[in-house]
Each structure stands twice: as structure tokens, then as C-alpha cells.
Design a binder for this molecule. Structure first.
Ligand code: ATP
Ligand code: MG
Length: 311
């Protein structure tokens, strides 16, 4: 079923003390691979923990794979693999022992868990180090180990919280390749949280943008990049650009080191009025073209809008 809902949340609120970390989130997630993108402190990790049933929302409701997040957290967790952001490795255990142990905690019989531990450690590239104590692992190896642990019980849904965190460029590339490989198999649904745009762009089909406890945008990556909602124009100006910039002050405008301006305009902005504004400002437009919208542009625009709505 293509349209099957994997996660359904309704009006979820979660607070740490007085601080609302999740602010009335309503969300439907279908099959596939989703990026959860947002700046530090947006609430990505908290949202994952609420969905996993580790944190109990103060209001709202939700289901994951058909199970209620507050009534059936164990059923939920059996079916979710979670690669946490923080270290969750138990010192003194080797990778095989720890992965198998975590498999057992997810309900696997011991022998099966051991067998699968070997398989997933091989898959993430740790087979040669699988009998080493996990505390001796490098950061990159720890990330791989955490991915293996999240995969051991063959979950239907995988939560990856900042999977490339602390990895060097080669390790990051390999981690993203693993994630793409898992996604390509098509049997696991994935939610990948990151504040790194390139990671999300490299592997996800859909993107959820989160800021200040709210989901502020939900789109296909392709749509986000195509951005019906955003039009970025590159311009070179001849003459005194100050007056032009002042008249266009309502729009985000940046200038690169070659002097080319990029103006972020709404899609329905009448482009001829740019020329009129230039004329009125006594500047000439020397170079004019539509710029490629990057996920970063989409992200910045969405966050800007979210902030505007919050005030
Ligand atoms: N245990 C806690 N007690 C109090 N406040 C917390 C706690 N954990 C998180 N917060 C606050 O809740 C907000 C959301 O935090 P969260 O860790 O979910 O964000 P995040 O999007 O995962 O950020 P990051 O990209 O840094 O991982 C932040 O403002 C954070 O300071
Ligand atoms: Mg986090």
C-alpha cells in the first residue's frame, strides 16, 4: 500500500518543565525516507523520543505503524530501530555482544540475535573489529556500531538521529551510502534527522522542516528544490545599488564575491517590477537570470516564514 500511514500525530505537545519543546505538532508520514531538518534545539530529538514512547506528551495523540504511542510503547519500539544522537554504548562489551544484547532487548531469541549481530556488523563495515570493546572505537566506528544496533531486529521503521555526526568526510560519505542502500531495499521506512542540509539532500525523498518545536514545512525534496514558493533571481547592478537595495529591503538579498546579487522573491512576484525599481533607483541591470534553488534556500525561507508566523 503506497499511501499507508507510518506515523500519524495529532496536536502533540511536550514540555521540559515550562519549556514547550514540541509545540502542537500534527503530522502524517507515509512510506519512504524522510529528512527531519532543523537548526540546533528545534526539537528533532525530542520528537523522535516522543514517537518512540520514551517521552510522554502532555497532550495530543499519535500512532506508529498502527500502534498508539502512549498505550503501546513496547509494540512501537519492537518495530522501530533507533540510532540515537548520544552515545548509548555499554563500556566493557564488544560489538557483537552489545548488538546481540540490544537485539534481545527488542524481543529476539538469543541465538537469532547473535547471528543477526554478526550480519549487521559486517554490513556496516565493522566485521574486523567486532570483538573489540566498544569504548575503544573511534567516533566513526561508534556511529556504525549504533547503526548496526538499530538494524539488528530488522525494524519496519528506522530513526536515525544525526547519523553522520562527528564523522570525517570519507566516513560521512560511507554512512550516507549505507543509508541509501537501506532505503533502496525498500523494506524499511526511514526518518533521518539532521541539521546538515547536504545529508538530507543526498538521501531523502521528503523533507520536514522543524523550528522551535513546530513542523514549519513538509514537502518532497523535488518540490522544495523546484519551489513553486520561491524564485531566486541573480542580478548584477551597474551604478549606485544602495537605493535599489533600500527599495527591495523586504526581500532577502545576498551578494557573492563576484558582485552578483541573489534576491529571494515569492513565486508570484512580478519580475518586470524589478526593472522598474532599478530604473527608479537609477541603476542598470547588467545580468539577470533565475538561480537554482538549493535546499538551503528552501530551508532558510521556511525558517524565516516560521519566525514571521510566530511573532
Ligand atoms: N532534558 C532536557 N531538559 C530541558 N530542556 C531540554 C532537554 N532536552 C532538550 N531540551 C530543550 O528542548 C529543545 C529541543 O531540543 P532537541 O534536543 O529536541 O533539539 P534538536 O532539534 O534535536 O537539536 P540538535 O540539532 O541540537 O540535536 C532545546 O531547546 C533543548 O534545549
Ligand atoms: Mg537532536
Amino acid at each position: 500500500m503506497e499511501n499507508e500511514k507510518i506515523i500519524e500525530l495529532k496536536n502533540i505537545v511536550f514540555s521540559y518543565g515550562n519549556f514547550k519543546a514540541i509545540d502542537n505538532v500534527t503530522l502524517d508520514i507515509g512510506k519512504g525516507i524522510y529528512g527531519l531538518l532543523g537548526p540546533n534545539g528545534a526539537g528533532k530529538t525530542t520528537l523522535m523520543k516522543v514517537i518512540l514512547g520514551f517521552l510522554i506528551p502532555s497532550s495530543g495523540s499519535g500512532t506508529v505503524l498502527g500502534y498508539d504511542i502512549t498505550d503501546s510503547p513496547l509494540e512501537v519500539r519492537k518495530r522501530i530501530g533507533y540510532m540515537p544522537e548520544s552515545d548509548c554504548l555499554i563500556p566493557g562489551m564488544d560489538a557483537v555482544g552489545l548488538t546481540a544484547y540490544l537485539g534481545e532487548l527488542s524481543g529476539m531469541p538469543r541465538q537469532e540475535a547473535i547471528k543477526r549481530a554478526h550480519e549487521v556488523l559486517y554490513y556496516v563495515g565493522l566485521d574486523e573489529s567486532r570483538y573489540r570493546k566498544v569504548e575503544t572505537y573511534s567516533t566513526g566506528m561508534k556511529q556504525r556500531m549504533k547503526l548496526a544496533a538499530a538494524l539488528v531486529h530488522d525494524p519496519e521503521l528506522l530513526f536515525l538521529d544525526e547519523p553522520t555526526s562527528g564523522m570525517d568526510p570519507q566516513g560521512r560519505k560511507e554512512m550516507l551510502e549505507l543509508i541509501n542502500d537501506i532505503a533502496a531495499k525498500g523494506t524499511m521506512n526511514i526518518i533521518l534527522s539532521s541539521h546538515i542540509l547536504a545529508d538530507v539532500e543526498a538521501s531523502c525523498k521528503h523533507v520536514l522542516i522543524m523550528n522551535k518545536g513546530k513542523i514549519i514545512s513538509e514537502q518532497d525534496i523535488a518540490t522544495a528544490l523546484n519551489m513553486g514558493a520561491l524564485n531566486i533571481i541573480e542580478l548584477k547592478l551597474n551604478g549606485d545599488a544602495a537605493a535599489f537595495k533600500e527599495k527591495m529591503a523586504a526581500y532577502k538579498m545576498e551578494q557573492d564575491d563576484k558582485g552578483v546579487y541573489r534576491i529571494h522573491l515569492p513565486a508570484d512576484f512580478p519580475l518586470q517590477s524589478l526593472f522598474k525599481t532599478a530604473y527608479d533607483s537609477k541603476v542598470q541591470i547588467r545580468h539577470f537570470r533565475k538561480s537554482k534553488v538549493t535546499l538551503e534556500d528552501a530551508f532558510v525561507t521556511a525558517i524565516g516564514k516560521g519566525d514571521a508566523n510566530a511573532h
